[in-house]
Each structure stands twice: as structure tokens, then as C-alpha cells.
Design a protein around this ligand. Structure first.
Ligand code: ARG
Length: 406
């Protein structure tokens, strides 16, 4: 009996060719593992295809709930967004897929795992560092990185072995999707000057064609987790799916950016992430109401660190656990409701309320009911400006005083 390998199988061209290639090259029995993270696909067809192409076993596991509760929501609570724009959909799914590869490999007594990533992207790093963290003894094989075939050669290989070439193989784009977003790369998008053609998008209407009537939506949060839409309680998976539809129908969630990959390449990335964009906006708005200035400032730094770590494949690390503990602690009063307006590609927060709101009308108002003691401001400013005054007397700053060189 030959040794076994568990392959992360998408049903696409590369991973289908990989099934055959792993048998040829390494004489391994291939267990195809397909993970449902909310990427719309006919999973029974994918499963059948794996077997037809030569897998000895094909498994499909639905992990949508786990993905939302253990990966997406913690990232949302952290406000993790990479380089100011990317909500990290693909990046968040990789550690979970790595974990499942490991679980199945141990269960099936396989000696290796495999994935279909090339050597130019972030995903290879995320899969492999994830697997290493969880089961350092497992061998990792990356066929598409090893075989050195071009796209055409891969198609030839498929045809030679009777592997059906999916129509998506002739699509000009490389696409990855899950509940948290859809990424589109390659083809004409590789020219950063070129406006993305409409056919790159699938989840969002063009803002130009979005309805003339604005949409309104209220998101309820409990401890930083979205739990209700328009007053109706929903589980995380349905809530995200529903918001993807709603915000997408208003053209909300399109992102066009130049992104810095971990492997040193700048790449032009298009994303569609309607639910993520809405939820991140809403969550931040609720935090601005319920967290102190100091908490908000420090949390922003943590958010950036957290995003980097997710992007860079370091999910299964002590650093991530420690940051998660901090983030969790910050969320204990982040409960309440945020109202948003969706209009022609734009999502704006237009209202927020919370039983733990730190907003005080009495302190803020300029009208009747003002409780702020304005006379105290003079003393405050005197003390606040004291070190500035002292220093500038003794060490006059350059250019600060007209006609006097420092
Ligand atoms: N640039 C994004 C990231 O690194 C998306 C990658 C999409 N992956 C893919 N295999 N098409 O997270």
C-alpha cells in the first residue's frame, strides 16, 4: 500500500492536475479535501471530479460556521484590515484550511499534505506555516510550485490524462472567494492604470447602475459581534450572506488596490467584500461611541499588527493569541446598534446607539442643558500649555518667532 497525501482540492485546473501529478511523481494515494468556506460551488460535482481524476478518497467539509466564529469575527473585533483596504478574506481562510489538512492527515495516517499554490503568492506561506505550527512532522508538497509548467502546459497535461479542463481555466482572471470576500487577479488587471472591466465583478453591481433610492440597514452588535440585522437576530453565516447581497446590490464593497505581498511583489488586487466593508464600518462606529480615546488609539495600533499577522500567515502563533486576548477585553462594552446608508457604492454610518455609550449630551451640547464648565477651560489650558511655554522661553524654536533666528 502506498503512502498517502491530503490535498487541498478546489476542483480547479491546478489541483485537479495535482491529483494525477502526485501519483505519478511521488507514487502517493491522494485524499482530496475540499473545504466549504462559503465559496459558492457545487460541492458534489467537485467531489466526483476528484474521484474521477484519480483521488482515492474525496472529502467535502462545511466549515462556514467555524470560519465565521473563530476567524472572521475575531478579525472584525480587531478591525483587521491590511494596508488600509483589504479585509483579509483569503488570508483568514488559509489557517483554517491548514488546520483541516492536518486534522485529516492525522486521521488518515497520511505522511504529507499538499496545496495548489504557486511560488509567487502569500497563500503558500499561509498554508505551510499553518501546517508547520500544528504538525511539524508532516511533509508538505506544493506541486504547482514544483512542476514548473506554464498555464498552457498545465492544460496540455490535463488533456493528455483526460482531466476535464474547467471553463474557469480559460477565464482571464484568478479568483478566490469565501464568505468574507472575493478576490480577482490577473489578466488586464495586471495593468495598474487600467480600470477593472465590469466582468471582473460578480458580487456587486456597478455603482453607476445601483438603485437611485438609498438602502438603510441597522446592525446590532453584542460585545463586538454582529448578531442582528434590522432588529432581527441572525446567526453569523446568514448575517454575512445577507449583507453581501444587500450591500452588493448597492455597489458597496469594491476595492481596487496595489498590495504588498509578503514575497516582495507589488500586485494589483481587486476585491469585492460588501458585508466586510459594511460590518467593519459599523463596528468601528460603535467602538468610537463606547471606547475611550486612549483605548481607541492603542487599539488602532493593535489592529494594524493583527492585520499584518493574518496576512503574513502567522495565525497559529503566541503573538496572535496574546493580541486576541487584548482585543477580547476591549469588546466587553461594544454592544449596541449602528445605522448605515448604502447608496451608489458608498456605505456611510448615519447613526449609532449603545447602552454603554460614552457620549454625553450634557457635555457636548451648545444649547440649553449645557453642563460643561467653560470657565474651567482657562485653567486647563494654562496647565496644559505650561511645559510648552517654559521650553519656548528657554529654548526658542527655529522659525517659530518672526524676525528672530534661533
Ligand atoms: N492577495 C490576496 C491575499 O494575498 C488574495 C489572494 C487570492 N489567492 C488566490 N489564490 N487567488 O490574501
Amino acid at each position: 500500500m502506498s503512502d498517502k497525501v491530503v490535498l487541498a482540492y478546489s476542483g480547479g485546473l491546478d489541483t485537479s492536475v495535482a491529483i494525477r501529478w502526485l501519483k505519478e511523481k511521488y507514487d502517493l494515494d491522494v485524499i482530496a479535501l475540499t473545504i466549504d468556506v462559503g465559496n459558492e460551488r457545487d460541492f458534489s460535482t467537485v467531489r466526483d471530479k476528484a474521484l474521477k481524476v484519480g483521488a482515492s478518497k474525496a472529502l467535502v467539509i462545511d466549515v462556514k460556521e467555524q470560519f465565521v466564529n473563530n476567524y472572521i469575527f475575531p478579525a472584525l473585533q480587531a478591525d483587521a484590515v491590511y494596508e488600509g483596504q483589504y479585509p483579509l478574506a483569503t488570508a483568514l481562510s488559509r489557517p483554517l484550511i491548514a488546520k483541516l489538512l492536518v486534522d485529516v492527515a492525522l486521521e488518515e495516517e497520511a505522511s504529507a499534505v499538499a496545496h495548489g499554490c504557486t511560488g509567487k503568492g502569500n497563500d503558500q506561506v499561509r498554508f505551510e506555516v499553518g501546517v508547520t505550527a500544528l504538525a511539524p512532522e508532516l511533509k508538505i508538497i506544493a506541486p504547482a510550485r514544483e512542476w514548473g509548467m506554464t498555464r498552457e502546459e498545465t492544460i496540455d497535461y490535463a488533456q493528455r490524462y483526460g482531466i476535464p479542463v474547467p471553463i474557469t481555466a480559460t477565464s482571464p482572471y484568478s479568483i478566490d472567494e469565501n464568505l468574507w470576500g472575493r478576490s480577482i487577479e490577473c489578466g488586464v488587471l495586471e495593468d495598474p492604470w487600467r480600470e477593472p472591466p465590469e466582468d471582473a465583478f460578480a458580487w456587486t453591481v456597478s455603482p453607476t447602475n445601483a438603485p437611485d433610492k438609498a438602502g438603510y440597514v441597522e446592525i446590532g452588535f453584542e460585545k463586538g459581534i454582529p448578531t442582528a440585522v434590522d432588529g432581527k437576530n441572525m446567526d453569523g453565516v446568514d448575517l454575512i450572506q445577507g449583507l453581501n447581497e444587500l450591500a452588493g446590490s448597492h455597489g458597496v464593497g469594491r476595492i481596487d488596490m496595489i498590495e504588498n505581498r509578503l514575497v516582495g511583489i507589488k500586485s494589483r488586487e481587486i476585491y469585492e467584500a460588501p458585508a466586510a466593508v459594511v460590518l467593519i464600518e459599523a463596528h468601528r462606529a460603535l467602538e468610537s461611541l463606547t471606547l475611550s480615546k486612549a483605548q481607541l488609539r492603542f487599539k488602532q495600533k493593535v489592529a494594524q499588527e493583527y492585520a499584518e499577522l493574518i496576512y503574513n500567515g502567522l495565525w497559529f502563533t503566541a503573538q496572535r493569541q496574546d493580541l486576541t486576548a487584548y482585543v477580547q477585553s476591549t469588546q466587553r462594552f461594544v454592544s449596541g446598534t449602528v445605522r448605515l446608508k448604502l447608496f451608489k457604492g458608498k456605505c456611510s454610518v448615519i447613526g449609532r446607539k449603545s447602552p454603554y455609550s460614552l457620549y454625553s449630551f450634557g457635555l457636548a451640547t451648545y444649547d440649553k442643558g449645557d453642563q460643561f464648565d467653560q470657565s474651567a477651560a482657562a485653567g486647563f489650558i494654562h496647565i496644559w500649555g505650561l511645559p510648552v511655554k517654559t521650553q519656548s522661553r528657554i529654548q526658542p524654536a527655529k522659525d517659530d518667532k518672526k524676525g528672530k533666528e534661533g
